[in-house]
Each structure stands twice: as C-alpha cells, then as structure tokens.
Design a protein. Structure first.
Length: 322
C-alpha cells in the first residue's frame, strides 16, 4: 500500500533531518531526554513569505534563515542548541525541487550548529508560505541570560555590525547601495546566530537580547524589562564597510541603520568594571563587540545621541509586526 501524499512528502524530504528522539518521524510525537544537569530553553519564531523573506529567495537560504533566527533566540539566552520542531504551511503546488533545496539548507545548518528535527507538521495552503520553528536548547541550571537585570551605569554593548540586514533587503528590492560581492544580501538572507558569544556571556552580561526588529526598538525592550533608561550613541555604532561608506556621505544614515532590523546581533548590559572581561569573552568566542552607550536611572526610554552628542528623534524605532 502506497503512502498518503503528506506522509510520502515527509519521508522524501524531511526524514533525513530527523535525529534521536524523532522516532523516524513516524509517530504522533517525539521523545526528548534532556541532557543530565541541564535546563531546557525553548523559543519559537515564524517566517512568512513576503514579510520575512522574499518569494524569489533561494529555498536553501530560506530554510537556513528559519533555523538561524531561532538559534539567535537561544544565543540571547546563553543556551546551546539541542533540537527543533517545525511546521511548514506551503502553497498548493510547491515543487519537489523547492522542498529538496529547502531541506538541503536545513541539513547543512544542522551539521554546522549540531542539532536535528524532532517532528512537526506539514500542511498545504492557498498561500503565501508560513514557516514556523520551535527551537530547543539547554543551559546549566540558573545560568540562562535574561532581558531583565541591567543597572544604571552599566555599559551597553552590541556584537558584530549593525544595519547590514536592512541594507541587504534594500539591495534585493533594487533600492539599496551597490553590493557587487553580495555581502549585504547574504547578511539579510543568512544571519549569524551568536551562540558562542551568548555562552561566553553567562555570568557576565546582566541583561541580553538579540536584535531582530531594530537596535533602538529592541534596546527599549531591555529598558522596560529592567525599569530604567538607556543612552545610545550613534557615532559608536559598529558598521561594515558598505554601511560606513553610506554614513560617511550622509550621517543621517546612522539613524536609519539603528532602526533597520534583521541584524540578529546580541545587545547586552555589563558592569563597566567588567569591560576587559567582556572583550576577552568576545575574543574567545570569535565575535567582535562594541560599547555603544550606557544605562541610566529614570523612565524606560532610549535617548539617542548623534555625532555631536545631541539628542535626536528617530523617524522609526524599528520593525513592527502589527
């Protein structure tokens, strides 16, 4: 007896992604045994076609981005990846070739980041595609990083560079700067989850989150969680060469880069006395970090300073889903 179409699709494309506890994707649920002496950390994020990725994006990079944006949430908690569940709602008529490339991308990143699929669901919809993933990681007991915890006077740090994801989207939409080597487009399509840095910051960072919806907007989340304010210095933003070139020609770009979104870098607070330890931890993790401001007592709001250290209002703080 032949398999029903849904189960044949799972067997052909998704079974190769399964690992321990997935029961070969042939049962109603998976069985997960957490590693001894570890706590579980769980998060979920979805990608919607035309909202979080472009319809013409390569299926391989869509699968990898789906996994990586969720891994970024683990990084923000200082967690290490273990496994994931995935639901794919795909338009009628999605080709086997698209699915083959999509799962090939997932398989490549599973190998890179050391995790596997446990199960999920696959459905067909009129469109557009909606891809949802629940990530599962682990941390030592009591060691998870949290958004709450920043204190007045703490340094504000960010990893990597800011603004490349938003510029990459603009490039792919035909309204951005020149990108002859595809660097900016890659930064949009394939964010880099800062897992090693997140683990290195356990016991060192007082508050942490990943930057997904725009630096200034996500910083406001840290402020609300900690019940304090923050000062963000635009002149201190770490920029890639393409972003720096834009800012050099027109300093107003700094405000746009601080609110663009799709950075997937780590934003965190640390005691100024630990600055050397932060730099050493980042160096050991192979991820550059930059001090871009500080936290202050008072209302949970962000004060943005321009190059002349004058307060400015950003036209938009970041991306809103509603």
């Amino acid at each position: 007896m032949s398999l029903p179409p849904e189960f044949a699709l799972i067997a052909r494309h998704f079974r190769r992604l399964a690992g321990e506890g997935a029961l070969d994707l042939s049962d109603d649920a998976a069985i997960l045994a957490p590693p001894a002496g570890r706590e579980l950390v769980l998060a979920a994020d979805a990608l919607v076609e035309g909202v979080h990725y472009l319809s013409e994006d390569p299926p391989e990079t869509i699968g990898r981005k789906l996994l990586r944006v969720n891994l970024s949430d683990l990084a923000a908690m200082g967690a290490e990846p273990l496994a994931y569940l995935m639901t794919t709602a795909l338009p009628h008529g999605t080709s086997p070739e698209w699915l083959e490339e999509f799962t090939a991308g997932l398989a490549a990143d599973q190998r890179e980041f050391g995790l596997h699929v446990l199960g999920g669901d696959t459905v067909s919809v009129p469109g557009p595609a909606c891809l949802s993933l629940t990530i599962i990681g682990t941390v030592p007991p009591g060691a998870a990083l949290r958004r709450a915890g920043a204190r007045p006077g703490d340094d504000l740090w960010v990893s990597g560079t800011i603004g490349d994801g938003a510029l990459g989207l603009a490039v792919l939409q035909g309204r951005g700067p020149a990108d002859p080597e595809g660097y900016l487009a890659r930064r949009y399509r394939l964010p880099e989850p800062r897992l090693a840095l997140g683990a290195a910051l356990r016991g060192l960072a007082r508050a942490t989150m990943d930057v997904s919806d725009g630096l200034a907007q996500d910083l406001a989340h840290l402020c609300r969680a900690g019940g304090l304010g923050a000062v963000l210095e635009l002149a201190a933003l770490p920029l890639s060469a393409p972003a720096a070139a834009l800012a050099a020609k027109d300093p107003s770009w700094l405000s746009r880069l601080a609110s663009g979104g799709d950075d997937y870098e780590l934003l965190f607070a640390a005691d100024p006395a630990d600055a050397d330890r932060v730099k050493a931890a980042a160096s050991a993790a192979g991820t550059p970090v930059t001090r871009i401001g500080h936290f202050v007592s008072g209302e949970a709001e962000v004060t943005v300073l321009n190059q002349d250290r004058k307060a400015v209002d950003l036209q938009r703080g970041g991306w809103s889903h509603f």
